[in-house]
Design a protein around this ligand. Structure first.
Ligand SMILES: Nc1nc2c(ncn2[C@@H]2O[C@H](COP(=O)(O)OP(=O)(O)OP(=O)(O)O)[C@@H](O)[C@H]2O)c(=O)[nH]1
Ligand SMILES: [Mg+2]
Length: 658
């Protein structure tokens, strides 16, 4: 049973997605039954199905130390364990970013921990390490035992004492932090550092099973020390919850974190950024009236909204701790007081539609296009069947000469057509030539050359000043390469259009506007990355004493993300080059079959005039079948396009009615 609104929404969304997967599978079967499948399209559909199955919804929790991130995660997602499942304590608790998700491909639940020492490897990002299981310490989890889970999860709080030199090597020594000791001449020889760099928790929780991923982050410079979080993980999250404490309001360090790591999220996401004013219970002073307390909470919200320049509707005053307690004790009054319901409502309001929007744009648009093009093929079949039936009807009562004449005419048509197919082969060779040039520009080997050159030019200048120039050159080179690819794509479009036009003009093919490939989206992603990178470069973290380390790490994450953008552009260009001719290929296949069928029928009729009536009846039946197929495909299209209808729960209905 879903526990709260968010759960209800995520479950409904998962059901909607499963229905979509089922419909796409049915479509695949239908294509095969109607001899309409083609290898490239099938592959694309399989890829789409895979991406839908592995689709995730990520909710990230970001804040300074001890604002209650982990407590809130326990409240929102794990209250059924009737305890604090993830460790939440006063002071610095969570020491490494922790991703909590469910992977059904792995048999046993686990917590995997990446040793902090992996920071020394300059070449690998966390994303790279995720592909290398061997680098992680694996602990099996027993989901039935809350005690053993708690014990295993406490690993994320582990620290170790290391000599200052070691901490410095790892980029975890901030001189400013120990400045006061130095000024008192107290030597610092050893410091505490996190034992782990990143944690992955694979856990069979109902919501995680539906594709939810929770990202808990440690406060205190973690975002700065691990730039991959800001560059990669946060921008990909469907929702980011930024926590403040009601008793302190927006402190200087909250503000720094907001400006340098969060505010950019708003630029790229219309929704999904929520500010949580946690610990409102600290304002529940029994010596004050309820009204006075409410006014003070509201004024804290208003202050936070002004200071962070975010609408007050997006600031949620809550008490994560009291909400957890209320859920465990099933205390509805306390739960209502805790303010958690409004936050859960906002989360479900923002997270699911954002995800639905992405799926609609990518998956639904693509499958609908394919279905529409099949509809066209069916319409073509109806058109040619009608034509053939009319042709045969016109032969009724005519002599053998007329039939022979028509037979000859159709044969001539076939000869001209076959000749043009030869021409198409030539066109395709030219096309292949251009597409390999296009793919050459987006080739990872050439990108890796840019990366290597940048690193070479950067070596020895791992300072913020050095980084500024390095970054600029790197992005300039990337943009130039992307522009060259874009120009090549334009040339290729001209050739593709000419080929389509020829078949339209010479064989009466339906005019199809071939799909265009553009690098615009990838260019935009690169620009965005540059903007994010600039913000990060100017953040206070990079002015830390151990900046060269952070700069290196930051550069590696940024480069790895840029490389990823190119990889995606390359994949898309590759796919496009293979598919762009598919609608024409489908028309050619249909046309070829059509001529062959007509020739066969005419030959039979020329041998025996008695078959004429039978053939006409056969064509009439084919027409009825085709009409039925059109209805079936229309229905499929309708189901695929059916939007996700969020469920409305009782409390929401009541709230809306009041
Ligand atoms: N009074 C009160 N205390 C809270 C509330 N939420 C969290 N706390 C307490 O605040 C302390 C810190 O909470 P955590 O959840 O560990 O905070 P965090 O943001 O995860 O901190 P780090 O992991 O260190 O970054 C714990 O002692 C919690 O019990 C709340 O709503 N009210
Ligand atoms: Mg924590």
């Amino acid at each position: 049973m879903p526990e709260n609104e968010l759960m209800l929404q995520i479950e409904a969304y998962a059901k909607w997605k499963n229905d979509l997967i089922r419909e796409i599978n049915a479509y695949l079967g239908w294509l095969e039954d109607n001899d309409l499948n083609d290898a490239e399209n099938d592959l694309r559909i399989y890829e789409t199905l895979e991406s839908l199955k592995s689709d995730k919804i990520t909710v990230a929790f970001v804040a300074e130390v001890s604002r209650g991130k982990t407590e809130l995660i326990n409240t929102l997602f794990f209250s059924q364990y009737k305890r604090r499942l993830l460790p939440s304590q006063a002071g610095r608790t969570t020491m490494c970013p922790t991703e909590i998700f469910y992977d059904d491909k792995v048999e046993r639940p686990y917590i995997r921990l990446l040793p902090i020492e992996t920071r020394l490897n300059e070449n690998n990002s966390i994303a790279d390490y995720k592909k290398e299981e061997i680098e992680w310490t694996n602990i099996h989890l027993d989901p039935e035992s809350a005690d053993s889970l708690s014990e295993a999860f406490s690993e994320v709080t582990r620290t170790k004492r290391v000599p200052v030199e070691r901490a410095r090597e790892l980029g975890l020594y901030d001189e400013k932090e120990f400045a006061h000791l130095k000024s008192q001449d107290i030597p610092t020889t050893h410091i505490e550092i996190p034992k782990w760099r990143h944690a992955l928790i694979n856990f069979p929780h109902p919501l995680l099973k539906q594709g939810l991923v929770v990202l808990d982050t440690p406060g205190l410079n973690a975002l700065g020390a691990e730039p991959e979080l800001t560059i990669n993980m946060l921008p990909n999250a469907q929702a980011v919850l930024f926590l403040l404490a009601a008793d302190t309001g927006v402190t200087k360090s909250d503000m720094e974190m907001w400006q340098h790591h969060i505010s950019n999220y708003r630029v790229n996401h219309n929704k999904g950024l929520l500010v949580v004013l946690n610990k409102i219970d600290t304002l529940w002073d029994e010596l004050h009236t309820k009204e006075a307390i409410d006014i003070s909470i509201q004024s804290q919200c208003k202050k936070a909204s002004d200071e962070l320049c975010i609408p007050i509707e997006n600031v949620f005053p809550i008490s994560a701790q009291k909400a957890l307690l209320a859920k465990i004790k099933k205390d509805d009054i306390l739960l209502a007081h805790s303010g958690i319901n409004a936050l859960e409502h906002a989360l479900s309001r923002d997270v699911i539609p954002e995800k639905h929007h992405i799926i609609s744009q990518k998956v639904i648009a693509e499958i609908s296009n394919m279905i529409n093009s099949d509809k066209q093929t069916l319409a073509d079949r109806i058109h040619s069947t009608n034509k053939q039936r009319d042709e045969l009807q016109s032969l009724c009562g005519k002599n053998a000469d007329v039939i022979m004449h028509l037979l000859q005419k159709t044969r001539d048509e076939q000869i001209v057509y076959n000749k043009n197919l030869e021409g198409l082969k030539k066109g395709r060779r030219i096309m292949d030539n251009y597409s390999s040039k296009l793919l050459g520009h987006l080739d990872l080997v050439s990108i890796d050359k840019v990366v290597a050159n940048t690193r070479k030019s950067m070596s020895g200048s791992w300072t913020t000043a050095g980084m500024k120039g390095g970054m600029k050159n790197f992005f300039n080179d990337m943009t130039t390469t992307m522009e060259a690819a874009s120009e090549q794509a334009l040339e290729l479009h001209k050739i593709v259009r000419a080929i389509y036009h020829k078949f339209h003009k010479e064989h009466g093919f339906r005019e199809v506007k071939p799909k265009l490939f553009t690098t615009m989206r990838f260019q935009k992603e690169l620009d965005l990355l540059y903007r994010e990178a600039e913000l990060f470069r100017k953040s206070p973290v990079t002015t830390m004493t151990e900046q060269s380390f952070v700069v290196k790490k930051f550069f590696i994450s940024m480069v790895s993300k840029a490389r990823n953008i190119f990889f995606n552009a390359n994949q898309e260009a590759n796919r496009w080059a293979k598919e762009v001719i598919s609608p024409l290929k489908a028309q050619i296949k249909e046309h070829k079959l059509d001529i062959e069928k007509r020739l066969l029928t005419l030959r039979k009729i020329s041998q025996s005039r008695d078959t004429l009536e039978g053939k006409i009846a056969e064509l009439e039946k084919t027409l009825v079948d085709l009409e039925q197929q059109i209805s079936a495909i229309n229905l499929m299209l309708e189901v695929v396009k059916r939007p996700f209808a969020p469920p409305v729960n009782d409390s929401q209905q009541a709230a809306d009615a009041s």
